[in-house]
Design a protein around this ligand. Structure first.
Ligand code: 13P
Length: 251
């Protein structure tokens, strides 16, 4: 049985003061919802605040990115050991990082290996663009992203990876995929690619999330699918009631 997983990707939103307010407003209710792994991912600069506020709760903290090198002359980057002091999770290869910051599958893979080394649970994002979707390249693109991004980790670490299937055309657009369509990609492309890398039992053990315009109103449609284990939530994770509503839908 895969434990449901819901993470809020705050993206570049909320100051430190706003982070304190948002986390304080959602902690108690979120903490009451059991049997689901809950994670918030604020910007780097607010991770310390999130870490302190959530220390004695069952809500985890994640970073939205990290560098793969351990230390040194890499201006503006944040190292795995720095993340590990404040977080147990890290989002890797988000489509916005791929689109605006040139992240490739090879680079995502380096970051994944660094996450493994520093004992961070990686949330690896994959998903096709609108253009790729419209030209029927979804399987090919998502399969390549999964196989290249997830390659070469030790077999005992592989089941800990969380994959988020986020069709780029569904992110921030209000046009979510359907539960059925997302489930097909997750089952026939993502789990199949993982099985080719690490075998069927690992493919069945890894949690795979859906992301892209998830709301309290449509979350159940995704969570009721057999191969969808939760959600990576953007916009709705910034609203207390919406995020709690989404997490509740895993029950
Ligand atoms: P939205 O939920 O705002 O569409 O964002 C999804 C996402 O990119 C989460 O990582």
């Amino acid at each position: 049985m895969r434990k449901p997983f819901v993470a809020g990707n705050w993206k570049m939103n909320k100051t430190i003061a706003e982070t304190r307010d948002l986390i304080s407003a959602m902690t108690e209710k979120l903490n009451e919802i059991k049997n689901v792994e809950k994670v918030v991912c604020p910007p780097f600069i607010s991770l310390q605040t999130a870490h302190e506020l959530l220390r004695n709760t069952e809500i985890g903290v994640g970073a939205q990115n990290m560098f793969w090198e351990e230390k040194g002359a890499f201006t503006g980057e944040v190292a795995p050991a720095m993340i590990k002091e404040l977080c147990d999770y890290v989002i890797l290869g988000h489509s916005e990082r791929r689109a605006y910051f040139g992240e490739t599958d090879a680079l995502v893979n380096k970051k994944l290996l660094a996450a493994q080394k520093f004992d961070l649970t990686p949330i690896v994002c994959v998903g096709e663009t609108l253009e790729q979707y419209e030209s029927n390249q979804t399987s090919q693109v998502v399969s390549a992203q999964t196989k290249l991004g997830l390659a070469d980790v030790p077999a005992d670490f592989a089941p800990r990876i969380v994959v988020a299937y986020e069709p780029v055309w569904a992110i921030g657009t209000g046009k979510a995929s359907t539960g059925e369509a997302a489930n097909v990609v997750i089952k026939d492309v993502i789990r199949k690619s993982i099985a080719e890398l690490y075998g069927e039992s690992t493919a069945q053990a890894i949690r795979v999330l859906y992301g892209g315009s998830v709301t309290g109103a449509n979350a159940k449609e995704f969570f009721s699918q057999p191969d969808i284990d939760g959600a990576l939530v953007g916009g709705a994770s910034l609203k207390v009631d919406d995020f709690i509503q989404i997490v509740k839908q895993t029950q």
